[in-house]
Design a protein. Structure first.
Lengths: 412, 297
């Protein structure tokens, strides 16, 4: 009797195994997209991949890239690689590629003519190491945005500012109305990123490149960068009463009108969208802080660890193709609030802010981002410096700039 | 017990020796081997993956000129002194009070020991809320009428490490109390009677007779507390994640951040070697006095 039940159960499991489509392969994909807007965007990728007959196993890791990357890296170096994983394209996965742990995608890329469709070209360049392509860029994220709450300015009886300087001038009036002028969350990457944005906006594109690309320490200690530190000083004074940690909590302060504005990448836009806000009416976005309209071509990319299972390898190829598919690109980027990596897709559904970004992209006013220019080590030191600078109101500008120049001098 | 009478010393208790081989191997390979490996690679310029290209003391020079590391060391010193002194004093006082043959002793003991059942992460989150100015203690007191009351340690750079120490004491004192209580119960009743006959006041009996007799218990407690101090990490991560700015950073967090976030293994190894060194500097003189002295005496 018992034997029969066992056989039946066994037969049932076998039957179940064959129930799905024959080619279905599970592929685990790890990423750190967990906020409301991000989760909605990643669901689009999963949907597109599932439609190819494979199965997207979601491996979301909460707590932003800083928390997620060590987990991903130790899984890859520890011999338990996932099917595919997100990184910011640039130098985060550089050593993994050099150690031969990542899969070379050049074949897939040639087949899909990636070099022709991906724009700007610098995106694919950051995926290329020794002439081979190792990652699929999926979006362009730019940090250079100032998000302003129209409500907050109305409450303070002010017109919405046109650029950073006007915004700084409005700060006392905002404070009087009980509004935190600038929201900067407590996580270190936020204050460090805000400084980089100020550097590109106040200092200009050349200054930005001189510091981060050429790593000119003397220039970083000079008077032009001192101007940027002056602006950063304004920012830390305006951000004094923020008292939140996560970036989306800070964005939420802008959404609810508790804060006047936030310097944050275009991923903040997803949050505005989830909250049902309209660009231009409820909030205003100023690319390049309204001073220097450039956007940085940072962003996210998927890397594919080297696997032994040929079925999974095949699924990896399918995923790589799916990610760059025009339809997926549009669906994903609209939800994410980022710009697509293909120039040939139709983005009529894009909102005001995204259209501003697309226009700047079309003009070619792009700069590489720090993820592409600096090693994680230098980035971390920079984060330590600026989180201290923003938290310690009595740290002098001279001291901060001296330490900044020292980081640039030893940067790689 | 002289050796000449028992030539086969090596094969005595053979079963026990064979049984302990796995543990010996673990100790040698994992602890000693891992330590040596870490120290060795701290002299290299390893980034994301360990590589053997030696750079001498570069990592250490960089470490000691980094303000975040210096802040971490300072915080660890403050945190260490506070937890050592207060958990010993409070723990002993609680134990002495519980030892007065009070009613409901079991209840009190359970209540005081309960926080220890929580992990540091939970403790940290609980105290993050309690110390939050908008939701916690400050808010409650203000709602009671003292509107100018201000108690906001976690968002103040100069106070934050004390806010963390409060949480650590809340969690750890119960254990110290239990250890002390066990020690107190181990003191022979006759000693108390003798002291009473001699007319020695209770506090003097505690201070000059009982505490010196409890020396082994104190040493055990000290080792447990000290180990907890050096490795403090999760409490800080849960309560402040090092903030505001870098005001509540601790060495263990520096090690982790530089090894994994900054992808700079060499720097992380250098920092962890310094942590090991500080433990060795404390342990070796103490062990020498404790064990070396006894043999001679």
């Amino acid at each position: 009797m018992r034997y029969k039940i066992l056989t039946a159960a066994f037969a049932a499991t076998v039957a179940l195994n064959f129930a799905g489509p024959a080619a279905a392969t599970d592929l685990e994909v790890t990423h750190w997209w967990t906020s409301g807007g991000e989760a909605a965007a990643v669901a689009e990728l999963a949907k597109a991949f599932d439609a190819t007959g494979n199965h997207w196993v979601d491996g979301a890791i909460a707590g932003s890239g800083g928390t997620a990357r060590p987990i991903m890296i130790s899984r890859i170096t520890g011999g338990d690689p996932m099917g595919a994983t997100q990184f910011n394209h640039g130098r985060q996965a550089e050593e993994l590629v050099q150690a031969g742990l990542m899969r070379d995608l050049t074949d897939v890329a040639t087949k899909g003519k990636w070099t022709e469709v991906v724009r700007p070209k610098s995106l694919l360049d950051s995926c290329t190491i020794d002439g081979k392509i190792y990652c699929v860029p999926v979006n362009i994220h730019s940090w250079q945005w100032l998000w302003l709450s129209n409500d907050a300015f109305k409450k303070a009886g002010l017109p919405v500012p046109k650029d950073w300087n006007e915004f700084v001038a409005d700060a006392p009036a905002l404070e009087k109305a009980g509004i935190v002028p600038l929201a900067v969350g407590g996580q270190a990457w936020q204050s460090s990123g805000a400084f980089d944005v100020l550097l590109a906006a106040v200092g200009g594109t050349d200054a930005f490149l001189k510091v981060y690309k050429d790593k000119d320490a003397k220039f970083a200690a000079g008077p032009e960068i001192a101007k940027v530190f002056k602006a950063a000083d304004d920012a830390r004074k305006m951000a004094k009463n923020t008292n939140v940690q996560d970036w989306n909590q800070a964005t939420n302060m802008v959404i609810t009108g508790k804060a006047g504005g936030q310097i944050m990448g275009d991923w903040a836009q997803g949050e505005f969208q989830v909250a049902g806000k309209t660009a231009g009416k409820d909030y205003t976005c100023l690319p390049g802080l309204g001073l220097n309209e450039v956007i940085a071509t940072g962003g996210d990319a998927f890397y594919f660890p080297l696997l032994k299972d040929p079925e999974k390898e095949k699924a990896q190829e399918v995923l790589a193709e799916t990610l760059l598919d025009p339809k997926t690109q549009v669906a994903f980027n609209l939800k994410k609030g980022s710009l697509p990596v293909r120039g040939d897709v139709d983005l009529n559904a894009a909102n005001d802010c995204m259209k501003k970004g697309l226009a700047i992209l079309a003009k070619g006013a792009v700069i590489p981002w720090t993820d592409q220019l600096l090693s994680q080590d230098s980035q971390k030191q920079k984060e330590d410096l600026f989180s201290e600078f923003f938290a310690k109101q009595d740290m002098t500008l001279e001291e901060a700039q001296k330490r900044f120049a020292a980081i640039i001098a030893s940067a790689d | 017990m002289s050796k000449s009478e028992r030539p086969n010393q090596l094969f005595r208790n053979l079963n026990a020796k064979i049984a302990s081989i796995p543990m010996i191997l673990t100790a040698v390979v994992v602890f000693v081997g891992g330590t040596v490996w870490t120290v060795l690679y701290s002299f290299t310029s390893s980034k994301l993956l360990p590589r053997l290209n030696f750079v001498g003391l570069d990592q250490y020079y960089r470490l000691w000129s980094t303000s975040r590391w210096l802040v971490s060391i300072e915080n660890l010193a403050i945190y260490g002194v506070i937890s050592l002194v207060f958990s010993l004093v409070i723990g002993f006082l609680l134990a002495a009070l519980l030892d007065q043959k009070i009613r409901f002793e079991d209840v009190f003991r359970t209540v005081f020991l309960y926080p220890f059942a929580l992990s540091f992460i939970v403790t940290g989150l609980v105290w993050q809320w309690l110390l939050n100015p908008d939701f916690g203690i400050q808010r409650v007191v203000r709602d009671l009428g003292w509107t100018s009351f201000s108690f906001n340690p976690l968002y103040d750079s100069s106070l934050v490490i004390y806010g963390i120490s409060i949480a650590a004491l809340w969690q750890g004192t119960g254990l110290v109390m239990c250890l002390m209580l066990a020690g107190l119960r181990g003191i022979d009743e006759d000693i108390w009677k003798a002291a009473r006959v001699d007319g020695i006041p209770t506090w003097k009996t505690y201070l000059f007779i009982v505490i010196p007799m409890m020396r082994p218990v104190f040493i055990t407690t000290l080792v447990i507390i000290a180990a907890g101090i050096v490795k403090v990490y999760d409490l800080v991560v849960a309560q402040t994640s090092g903030g505001p700015g870098i005001a509540s950073e601790v060495p263990a967090k520096y090690v982790y951040d530089y090894m994994f976030f900054a992808q700079n293994l060499g720097q992380g190894f250098a920092a962890s070697t310094m942590m090991l060194l500080s433990v060795v500097i404390v342990i070796v003189p103490w062990a020498y006095l404790e064990f070396g002295g006894r043999k001679r005496g």
